[in-house]
Design a protein around this ligand. Structure first.
Ligand SMILES: [Zn+2]
Length: 415
C-alpha cells in the first residue's frame, strides 16, 4: 500500500499537491461515514538542530498518507499530510537556532483535510534531506543535512552582523522568557487570561477501566470539553486544550504546551481507580512529595505513560518543588475541590470529599503556572461508575470545576 508518495520533481511555488484523499470508495465505512472522525490530529511540531543536521518531527495521532515536494525559488521543503488537522495547541511557526540553512519552519491547515509543513531553506547550504515516517507513535520526520562547512566557498556569517548604531536596529524578535509571567500578572493585578484544560490519557492509553466498557480517557475528554464550553460561554478567557480528540499526548508535552502558551492555570482531569472497590469520592492534587502510599500508588498509575523512572522523578521533584507555585496551586486546588464537592452534594447523595493533597504527578511537573490534577470520581466504585455514565453527572462535574476556577480567578482580582 502506497503510504508514502514522494514527489521528486520540483514543483513551482504555489502549486497544490494533488494527491487523492485516502478514504475513497472501497475504503472502510468507518472512514467515510463521518469525515470529521477520519481526520487525525497533528499535535506537535518539534525541531532539534544537531551539529550535523536538523531534525523536524511532526507528531500525528494516527497513521496518515503524506507527500513531500520541494520548490527552488523560494527554497522550500514541503510535506502535506492528508486527512489531518492541526490541534490548536501546536505553535504555527518556529525559527531554528544555530542553523543558517533553515529560515523558518511553518505548519498550516492547508485545506479542510490537509496539513502542510514547510521548511524555508537555503538549498545552496544543504547537502541533502530526507522525509520518512516512524511508528509508535506515528510521526513524520524531516532530516536536513547542511553542506560541510569546509566544502563551502566563501564563508558567510551565520548571524547577520548587528548594525553599528547600537539599538536602532534590533529586528530579531525573540520571545521574552516565560518565567515569572504569571506572578508578574498577579502582582500587577492583571489576573488570569488563559486556562489549559488537560483531559487525562488518550489514544492507546485508555487510563482506568471499569470492565464494562467505560474508559477514563473518554470520560476525561467529555468533562474537559464541557468545562471548555462553560468557560467560553461565560467568560473572555482563552482555553487551550492539550487534546480535543482521542489521541495520545505525552505527559511532558502537556506541560510544555502550557508553558509555551504562557497559560495562567493548568487543570488536568482524571478518573480515579482503586483496588478497594468501596473507596469513592473526589480529590484534587497539586505537585509535591507524598508519604501517603495511596497517593503514590495513584500517582504511579497516572504516570504510567512516561518512561521516566521513579528514582529520577524524585530527584526532579525535589529540584522543582522549591521553585514551583505550590501555595498558589494549593489555593487553586482547594477552591476547585470545594466547588466540585459542594455542587455535586447539592444534587447527589453520598458525595465524599477526600480533600486536597500533594502528589508526585508527572503531568504537573514543570508547569510554570498554578496547576492541579482533579480526580473527579472512582471508576472502580460501582455507584460512581454508574453516575459517570450519566451525562448530567459529568455536566455537574464540569460545572463544579468551573465554579472553583472562577472563584480562584476572582480571588486574584481582589489582589
Ligand atoms: Zn488518569
Amino acid at each position: 500500500m502506497s503510504l508514502l508518495r514522494t514527489f521528486a520533481a520540483a514543483l513551482a511555488a504555489g502549486v497544490v499537491l494533488a494527491v487523492p484523499a485516502r478514504a475513497e470508495a472501497g475504503a472502510t465505512g468507518a472512514t467515510t461515514a463521518n469525515p470529521q472522525n477520519a481526520l487525525a490530529e497533528v499535535y506537535n511540531l518539534r525541531h532539534f538542530t544537531h551539529p550535523n543536521f536538523t531534525r523536524i518531527v511532526v507528531d500525528i495521532g494516527a497513521m496518515r498518507e503524506y507527500a513531500s515536494a520541494e520548490t527552488r525559488n523560494p527554497g522550500r521543503i514541503v510535506v502535506d499530510i492528508l486527512q489531518a488537522r492541526i490541534n490548536p495547541i501546536v505553535r504555527e511557526d518556529a525559527i531554528p537556532e544555530k542553523c543558517d540553512y533553515i529560515d523558518m519552519i511553518r505548519i498550516v491547515q492547508k485545506s479542510d483535510a490537509t496539513v502542510r509543513v514547510t521548511a524555508d531553506v537555503d538549498f545552496s547550504r544543504i547537502k541533502r534531506y530526507q522525509v520518512y515516517h516512524v511508528f509508535d507513535p506515528f510521526r513524520i520526520v524531516i532530516d536536513i543535512y547542511p553542506q560541510d562547512k569546509a566544502g563551502t566557498g566563501a564563508p558567510t556569517p551565520v548571524v547577520p552582523v548587528a548594525p553599528a548604531s547600537g539599538r536602532a536596529g534590533t529586528p530579531a524578535k525573540k520571545p521574552e522568557p516565560a518565567k515569572g509571567g504569571y506572578s508578574m500578572a498577579r502582582q500587577l493585578g492583571l489576573g488570569i487570561r488563559s486556562i489549559v484544560i488537560d483531559p487525562g490519557h488518550g489514544g492507546f492509553d485508555p487510563g482506568c477501566l471499569d470492565g464494562a466498557g467505560l474508559q477514563e480517557k473518554d470520560l476525561t475528554l467529555d468533562i474537559s470539553l464541557k468545562l471548555r464550553d462553560l468557560i467560553l460561554a461565560s467568560t473572555k478567557l482563552e482555553v487551550i486544550m492539550t487534546r480535543e480528540t482521542d489521541i495520545l499526548v505525552p505527559l511532558e508535552t502537556r506541560t510544555v504546551v502550557a508553558n509555551q502558551r504562557r497559560a495562567d492555570i493548568f487543570v488536568s482531569i482524571h478518573i480515579n481507580a482503586f483496588p478497594d472497590k468501596r473507596r469513592m469520592g473526589i480529590e484534587t492534587f497539586y505537585l509535591n512529595f507524598s508519604s501517603d502510599p495511596k497517593v503514590n500508588e495513584l500517582a504511579a498509575r497516572e504516570n504510567f505513560t512516561t518512561t521516566k523512572t521513579i528514582g529520577e522523578m524524585d530527584k526532579i521533584i525535589r529540584k522543582i518543588v522549591q521553585n514551583s507555585k505550590i501555595i498558589e496551586s494549593r489555593d487553586l486546588a482547594e477552591r476547585v475541590q470545594g466547588s466540585l464537592v459542594k455542587g455535586l452534594a447539592a444534587q447527589y447523595s453520598d458525595i465524599k470529599d477526600l480533600g486536597t493533597k500533594g502528589g508526585p504527578f508527572w503531568t504537573l511537573i514543570g508547569c510554570e503556572m498554578p496547576s492541579i490534577l482533579v480526580e473527579v470520581s472512582h471508576i472502580s466504585n460501582a455507584k460512581e461508575a454508574q453516575r459517570l455514565r450519566d451525562e448530567a453527572y459529568r455536566r455537574q462535574i464540569a460545572r463544579g470545576i468551573f465554579d472553583g476556577l472562577m472563584a480562584y480567578v476572582q480571588s486574584l482580582g481582589k489582589g
